[in-house]
Design a protein around this ligand. Structure first.
Ligand code: SAM
Length: 222
């Protein structure tokens, strides 16, 4: 992808009133995989500045359909004025320090979400393997929150984790040795597993999205 293409997404983001060009990554994921359904509940980990929040809310359908988007970031995030409505809220906090129970409590049912998206990214140092390992740590935290860990507490749904049965998972990773581990851990737990490098990804970036569609219930925690 050339710098010209990157400029295209930047210009399109401004034109369509998205707060960041990253919006088009979730637009493409949604177009290909239809993970967000009208009335769904979406947990967006690493949500600043809020472009995914906008795209997620747009895909919930009209407000009468219900649904919710909950964004979490270390930074305090103001809900964007465009494309978001009362169904979107944000929470400031370090996801690595948050319990599944606390995150589930913000969902409409109090039990979990139909979609969990993690766009969390470490501040990159330039050291490829170190950056990939840090990104894998954030991704693994998102995966454990979604599917549950052995020490998961009793207040979480019996399937373990905060991703509801039938729900979908999207996790951004910087490609590295650790990436394939996600595939192994998720095999047999989703109806469909895939990778996507959205067109809006900058050519210099090694990021890639791991997508698990349709969580199968009654599977052990990871
Ligand atoms: C690439 S940005 C997300 C962009 C966002 N999806 C959007 O479209 O506007 C990555 C975010 O992850 C957040 N982040 C990184 N580590 C985190 C952590 N441990 N807990 C919460 N947020 C984290 C960063 O603060 C940063 O805002």
């Amino acid at each position: 992808m050339s710098g010209g293409t990157a400029d295209f997404f930047y210009r399109e983001a401004r034109r369509l009133k998205y707060v960041a060009r990253s919006a088009f990554k979730l637009v493409e994921i949604q177009k290909k995989h239809r993970i967000i359904r009208p009335g769904g509940s979406v947990l967006d980990l690493g949500c600043a500045p809020g472009a995914f929040l906008q795209v997620a809310c747009q895909n919930l359908g009209p407000p009468e359909k219900g649904g919710a988007v909950v964004g979490v970031d270390i930074k305090k995030v103001k809900v964007p004025a465009d494309h978001c409505d009362h169904r979107v809220r944000t929470i400031a906090g370090d996801v690595l320090q948050m319990s599944p129970a606390a995150l589930a409590s913000f969902s409409p049912s109090g039990k979990g979400y139909s979609v969990l998206v993690s766009d969390m990214c470490p501040s990159v140092s330039g050291d490829r393997s170190k950056d990939a390992a840090l990104s894998a740590e954030l991704g693994m935290c998102a995966l454990h929150l979604a599917l549950g860990q052995s020490e998961v507490d009793d207040s979480i749904p019996e399937t373990g984790g905060i991703l509801l049965p039938g729900g979908s998972l999207v996790i951004k990773l910087l490609e590295g040795e650790e990436s394939q581990g996600f595939l192994k851990l998720c095999k047999g737990r989703f109806q469909q597993l895939s990778w996507l490098r959205p067109k809006a990804t900058r050519s210099t970036s090694r990021e890639i999205y791991f997508i698990g569609k349709g969580r199968m219930s009654k599977f052990p925690s990871v």
